[in-house]
Ligand binder design. Structure first.
Ligand SMILES: C[S@@+](CC[C@H](N)C(=O)[O-])C[C@H]1O[C@@H](n2cnc3c(N)ncnc32)[C@H](O)[C@@H]1O
Length: 270
């Protein structure tokens, strides 16, 4: 499978995804992942930023409201259409376009920062995605991205439950040698059953690599690792939204911030 085939899957998902996410059913994003992502994000006011795989633009808008001068793109035309329509209704100065993270239509060193929320693990050509992100960043600029946690979101995944049926631990397997990625069907679990039944399930593929593969990929592209976070809900959030409560047991997500190395001045290079 390549990024174009994956892009077609996402185009087919985009209408239902936008509808459900905008109704508030992407609870893992809205209550756990994005709050942690924003908390970890450095001050972006006045900085030019690129959102890679922006979907319908929810997180782009949140970063734009923090002062980032945002450009955002997605491989799916439908997602970009929804994002642009919202931009027309509530203008924030965000520029949207359709593009693939594998071949960015931007000049070298054109952004102060780049971000990607839950996109990189969906694209098979991850080396190219990371090197393209590095290319379009100015030296000293940062990339912050979230992915499914490489260590816990394995193909083999089994919950252990106590005598009351409550989850308390997970068994993970197939970490080092996952099988070939397959298209998985799912839908936001927090949505009401009648709504879920009225929509086609999402079809996505997940391209797994180990934690050390991810970190070495970033180092090899010329990034310096800067900060990490494994988002999980606090007790109050888990009580208010029981759907995300088991995210207090193991890390579902990993957020990484890395920075493009600054050029060494030529007078001191040797
Ligand atoms: C899990 S969704 C996340 C969307 C958004 N970042 C968010 O957090 O709401 C993954 C996104 O990656 C996009 N995507 C997948 N492959 C892509 C590619 N090659 N280039 C750009 N976007 C891509 C999908 O269309 C989808 O919008």
């Amino acid at each position: 499978m390549n990024h174009k085939e994956v892009g077609r899957l996402w185009e087919d998902n985009a209408e239902a995804w936008t509808k459900l996410a905008r109704m508030g059913y992407d609870l893992c994003r809205d209550k756990v992942n994005t709050p942690a992502f924003l908390e970890m994000l450095p001050d972006v006011s006045g900085l030019s930023g690129l959102d890679i795989g922006c979907g319908e633009g929810n997180n782009t808008r949140l970063v734009s409201r923090r002062g980032g001068k945002m450009t955002a793109f997605d491989v799916s035309e439908t997602f970009v259409r929804h994002a642009r329509n919202t931009e027309k209704e509530e203008p924030l100065g965000i520029r949207y376009c359709v593009a693939s993270a594998v071949e960015l239509p931007f000049a070298d060193e054109s952004f102060d920062f780049a971000m990607a929320t839950m996109t990189f693990m969906d694209i098979p050509e991850q080396e190219k995605v990371v090197s393209e992100a590095c290319r379009v960043l100015r030296p000293g600029g940062f990339l912050q991205f979230s992915i499914s946690h490489p260590c816990f979101c394995t193909v083999k995944w089994h919950w252990f439950r106590n005598e009351r049926g409550e989850k308390y631990a997970v068994a993970c397997g197939d970490y080092f040698y996952p099988p070939e990625p397959e298209v998985e069907e799912w839908i936001f679990g927090a949505a009401p059953p009648e709504l879920k039944d009225s929509l086609l399930k999402f079809r996505t593929a997940y391209f797994r690599r180990t934690l050390s593969d991810w970190l070495n990929l970033l180092l090899g592209a010329g990034f310096v690792l800067e900060r990490f976070c494994e988002p999980h809900p606090d007790e109050q959030t888990a009580q208010e939204h029981p759907y995300v409560a088991d995210m207090r047991l193991v890390a579902y997500y990993l957020i990484v911030r890395c920075r493009k190395a600054k050029r060494v001045p030529s007078s001191t290079a040797s």
